[in-house]
Design a protein around this ligand. Structure first.
Ligand code: SF4
Length: 226
């Protein structure tokens, strides 16, 4: 499956879009804070919602706490956290999750998650996955932003990967793309593919006529438009 998609094809996609880092909540927060806990909070806020809503929720939480730290978040009243992160949606469940996360980081890591930056990818992944509310995708998003060897597959990348025949599942698509690229390119291509999914390879009515990979696309070939 997908044997005909190569690194240069991913590069063609990356070159066809403009990635504005301000509009991607996790890179935005990591680049401006260099703090793993804040990056993790931003990533949890972005689960099942848009980056714009997640960023609005993050800024409101920042206003509430002054600085987003495990100590501050664990001590903040649940109702205040719920109200602050309302723009992200599912604010009651998410607020409880965030407070559990903060308590676990305080309890088990003395409030300092930045040490995972110096760990191997696998060790850092195990630490992240051991925290409440952190699944494989959230862990991969944090890891790739830290410059580690991970390739998260969001809903856009899953759709593009399936349409192009790269794979069907998260792990197939993630693994195959990682095998095509040097690790230093993972974050750039990850963001470019998301942008491409937002603008061109949209869920409904993809703009195939503007797509640089149209001639290689299994979805396009089967759509009868060729
Ligand atoms: S040809 Fe259409 S469906 Fe295929 S990758 Fe391009 S935009 Fe997506």
């Amino acid at each position: 499956m997908g044997g005909d998609i190569y690194r240069e094809d991913l590069e063609r996609i990356a070159l066809s879009v403009h990635v504005d880092l301000e509009r991607f909540v996790t890179p935005n927060i990591f680049r401006t804070t260099r703090d793993v806990f804040k990056t993790l909070v931003a990533t949890v806020l972005s689960q099942n919602t848009s980056d714009r809503n997640a960023l609005a929720a993050y800024r409101r939480l920042e206003e509430l706490l002054g600085d987003i730290t495990p100590q501050g978040l664990a001590a903040a009243p649940l109702e205040d956290v719920e109200e602050a992160i309302r723009p992200a949606g599912m604010h009651k469940v998410r607020a409880r999750k965030l407070k559990e996360l903060a308590a676990a980081v305080l309890d088990r890591f003395g409030g300092n998650l930045n040490r995972i930056g110096d760990m191997s990818t696998e060790s850092a992944r195990q630490v992240l996955l051991s925290l409440p509310g952190v699944g494989p995708k959230t862990a991969d998003v944090v890891l790739v932003n830290l410059g580690k060897s991970a390739f998260p597959v969001d809903t856009h990348i899953l759709r593009i990967g399936r349409r192009l025949g790269i794979g069907n599942t998260y792990s197939q698509i993630s693994g195959r793309i990682m095998s095509m690229l040097p690790p230093s390119e993972y974050l750039r291509v990850h963001l470019a593919l998301i942008q491409f999914g937002r603008e061109v390879c949209r869920a409904r009515r993809p703009l195939c006529d503007a797509c640089p990979l149209r001639d290689k696309c299994k979805y396009y070939a089967s759509s009868g438009r060729r």
